[in-house]
Design a protein around this ligand. Structure first.
Ligand SMILES: [Zn+2]
Length: 175
């Protein structure tokens, strides 16, 4: 069976830099800044996705799921044994479940998510007894940069909601 591509460190970093730049762009549109890409066994991009829950009102609108759907369409197969998924943040349990179901060959992610991570942060669905598929995981790629983008985004969100509350309070207290 074909194996996923073995990427060199600088290749992984190039992809991660590109994904971080893309995540920042969608962050500016009001989405949690997370982006993903899927590479085939030759290292060619066959799918990409970014969070789009708010824009599309889509509960399944996580970067990984969008990328998986696009890549399945492009390769005409739902099995990803020889493919690599690269994503800025550790996949959540929903996406980790889908990644196992899609039989992804390899997952590379940036920052770990100690609150919601599905690949070890809170639960590890790849090593879980329910998992029928094992894959190679590489983590911690440019984790500081990824964390900074996310923290900055949440900080801005909090300050915006604080401003809104202050405005509301002022409006309410006007006689
Ligand atoms: Zn997810």
């Amino acid at each position: 069976m074909a194996k996923p591509i073995k990427l060199k460190d600088d290749q992984i970093q190039r992809w991660m830099s590109l994904l971080i730049a893309r995540a920042k762009k969608i962050g500016a549109l009001g989405e949690v800044p997370v982006s993903a890409v899927i590479l085939d066994k030759f290292g060619r991009c066959i799918g990409h996705g970014s969070n789009c829950r708010n824009q599309k009102n889509l509960p399944l609108g996580h970067a990984e799921l969008i990328a998986i759907q696009q890549a399945a369409y492009v390769q005409g197969d739902w099995r990803f044994n020889d493919c690599t998924l690269i994503v800025t943040l550790e996949p959540c349990p929903m996406c980790a479940g889908a990644i196992v179901q899609a039989r992804m060959g390899q997952v590379i992610f940036g920052a770990s998510d100690s609150k919601r991570g599905g690949l070890g942060g809170t639960i590890n669905l790849v090593n879980h007894p329910s998992a029928h598929h094992r894959m190679k995981i590489i983590s911690g790629v440019m984790a500081l940069e990824v964390s900074y983008v996310l923290e900055d985004w949440f900080k801005q969100l909090r300050s915006r909601s604080c401003q809104k509350q202050t405005t509301l309070t002022q409006t309410n207290s006007t006689p």
